[in-house]
Structure formats: structure tokens, C-alpha cells
Design a binder for this molecule. Structure first.
Ligand SMILES: O=C(O)CCC(=O)C(=O)O
Ligand SMILES: [Fe+2]
Length: 342
């Protein structure tokens, strides 16, 4: 089953025979603007400085991209995903060996990712995720190869709402591919497609149960630290309406609290598999996922750990900073989960 993801190429939308040249011109204009901004920005700027610079670059985004982003922020779309293509990535060093390994690169791709992020809302970091970085380097590491983590490779990253257990989970995540791997499929399933793939006989009852607080999602181990395990409070998988739904589910961490709810979870697993669409990200692809509408994951792939591996940069975006104010340090959300073991 493959539903096609909305795409927007990094051009200014010209459809004349000169389009090829225009494409180059749009990319050239952007590259010149980001390079100038990167050169004028300190090597390790604070988050606000970097985001403000990226925000100003919004004024030179190609018009088609700007329109596609605003439209996505206004009404999302049936797949809950938007793929920007042909985004300039410039010259790249080898893939860093770990997310926090220093990469000898300028800030052009970070500025691009944050300019896009700023059109959708407010970029934030999460303290337990890569130390709260606003732009995270997702690269495979030996240590995480078999885990359910963004730095894994051999494992199948199961379908999830990003930080499903979090009161301040992101509304969007943006994945910018700097270097690809042909085996790595980023998988997605939108709630609209999932509902149509639910078994017809039981669909109505399944959807009704999904609107009820009969499910619990445990906190990802990386968010607990030394604190003891916490199975989150009962919650609904669906809120809002079926026309404007918010869907929260983690195939690894969400369970039903009664027999029927457990059966609903089993039916959902099947419907998600059937509704799956996927994309192999290649350099210059920037995928935006609406975390209210689509769950995502990633297929296994072979990592080489030799500087040529897959390399994504990721940003998390909330629609509004206000709800997390008491739980934030600058741009970094610091909500604590679990309880002290003592
Ligand atoms: O590597 C991917 O394509 C997706 C990883 C993922 O789930 C994430 O970055 O949140
Ligand atoms: Fe994810």
C-alpha cells in the first residue's frame, strides 16, 4: 500500500522551458544567502541567535516552498507528511561517528532546517535527546545498532508518535537528509489511512474505544535516566474529531488497559502495517512529519561506521512555546518523568 506523499521541489515554481535554469537559480540564491548568514554567525552560536538568523532567512525561501509550508501548517494534509526535495546541502565532511562528535562543517544545513522549522512554528530541544540540541545529527552508532533509537541501524524502528508519552511533544519533526542509505526506508502511516485499513466489521467500535482513556504509554528509557520506570497515565489514542484528529501511539510503548483496549491495540498494529507508506531519503530531501496525524518509523539498514553512513539532521517543532514555559530552559524542554528511586 503506498499513498503518495505531497512533494515540493526547491524551485521558484517556474514551469517554462527555462525551469531547469530556474531550479539552479533558486538553489543558488538560497545557497548564497545561507552561506552569507553562516559566515556572519559565530561557530557555536546560542540557540536564539541561530534561530533568529534562520528566521530572517525565511524571507528568501523559494516561493513554492514557503507556500507549501504555510499550507501544511494551516491544514496539514491526508498523509500528514510533506517532502521538500532538491534542497541544497552544499559541501559536506564525512559523517560524524556519533551525534555529539564534532563535524567540521559550517551552519548552512542547520540554517536551512531551522528556516523551514520557523515557518511551521517554534523549534525546541528536549534535554534527554542529544543533550537538548536544537538541530540533532542522526547518525548510526555501534552502541545503538540494535536499539529502538534514532541512532540505530540493524533494528526496525517501530511505528511511533514522536515522544508519545510527553505532555509537550512536538507538533512536527523535520528530517533533513544530508547523506542517504538506499536500504533505509523512513516509514509513515497517517491516521486517515489507518482508519480506512481497520477491519470493517469492528471499525466503529475500535474508533470509539480509541477516543477513550483506556491506553497507557510508558516513558522512553532515555527520558527516565536514573529514575524508576513510569507507565504514563491512561490516555485516549484519538482526540479532537475524525476530520481533525490528534493521534498518539507508540507500537513499542503503548498498551491497552483492559481486554478490549488490548484488542484495539492489536487491530491498530495490523492497520498501521497495511497503511504504511515509505520514502528512502536521499541527499537534499527534507521530510516534515505532522506528529498529530502520522506515526513514523524506519527500516533496518546496514551501517559501515566509516564516515560514509546515513546522516540526517533533525529538528522538533512545537506550534506554541507558551504551554511548555514552566518546563523549559530557553529552547530546551526539561520535563522530568518517573520518580526518584530513593
Ligand atoms: O531515521 C529515520 O528515518 C527516522 C528516525 C526517527 O524516528 C526520528 O528521527 O524520529
Ligand atoms: Fe521518531
Amino acid at each position: 500500500m503506498n499513498v503518495s506523499i505531497a512533494r515540493a521541489p526547491w524551485t521558484d515554481g517556474a514551469t517554462t522551458p527555462a525551469a531547469a535554469t530556474t531550479t539552479t537559480a533558486a538553489a543558488r540564491t538560497w545557497t548564497a544567502a545561507t552561506t552569507r548568514t553562516a559566515a556572519a554567525t559565530a561557530t557555536a552560536p546560542d540557540d536564539e541567535t541561530l534561530i533568529a538568523a534562520a528566521g530572517r532567512l525565511g524571507a528568501v525561501l523559494p516561493s513554492t516552498i514557503d507556500a507549501a509550508l504555510l499550507d501544511f501548517a494551516d491544514r496539514s494534509n491526508p498523509t500528514g507528511a510533506l517532502l521538500l526535495t532538491d534542497v541544497p546541502v552544499g559541501e559536506l565532511p564525512t559523517t560524524p561517528s556519533a551525534p555529539d562528535a564534532a563535524a567540521d562543517k559550517d551552519l548552512t544545513t542547520e540554517l536551512t532546517l531551522l528556516a523551514v522549522a520557523r515557518r511551521l512554528g517554534q523549534p525546541v530541544g528536549y534535554a534527554p535527546e542529544h543533550g537538548g540540541r536544537i538541530v540533532q545529527n542522526l547518525v548510526p552508532t555501534q552502541a545503538a545498532a540494535d536499539l529502538q533509537m534514532s541512532t540505530s541501524s540493524r533494528s526496525n524502528l517501530m511505528f511511533h508518535t514522536e515522544t508519545a508519552f510527553h505532555p509537550h511533544r512536538p507538533r512536527y519533526l523535520a528530517l533533513f537528509c544530508l547523506r542517504g542509505n538506499p536500504e533505509a526506508h523512513t516509514t509513515m502511516a497517517s491516521i486517515f489511512d489507518i482508519v480506512t485499513h481497520l477491519d470493517t466489521e469492528t471499525r466503529e467500535a475500535t474508533v470509539e474505544a480509541m477516543f477513550q482513556p483506556r491506553f497507557r504509554t510508558s516513558v522512553d528509557a532515555s527520558f527516565l535516566g536514573d529514575r524508576v520506570d513510569q507507565l504514563g497515565a491512561p490516555h485516549a489514542l484519538l482526540t479532537g474529531t475524525l476530520d481533525e484528529p490528534t493521534f498518539v501511539f507508540d507500537a513499542d510503548l503503548t498498551v491497552g488497559i483492559d481486554d478490549e483496549a488490548r484488542e484495539v491495540v492489536a487491530r491498530l498494529h495490523a492497520a498501521i502495517e497495511a497503511a504504511t507508506t515509505s520514502v528512502v531519503l536521499s541527499p537534499g530531501d527534507l521530510l516534515v512529519i505532522d506528529n498529530n496525524r502520522a506515526v513514523h518509523g524506519r527500516s533496518p539498514f546496514t551501517a559501515r561506521f566509516d564516515g560514509t553512513d546515513r546522516w540526517l539532521q533533525r529538528a522538533f517543532i512545537v506550534s506554541d512555546l507558551a504551554p511548555s514555559a514552566a518546563d523549559r530552559n530557553g529552547r530546551v524542554i526539561v520535563t522530568e518523568f518517573g520518580t526518584d528511586p530513593a
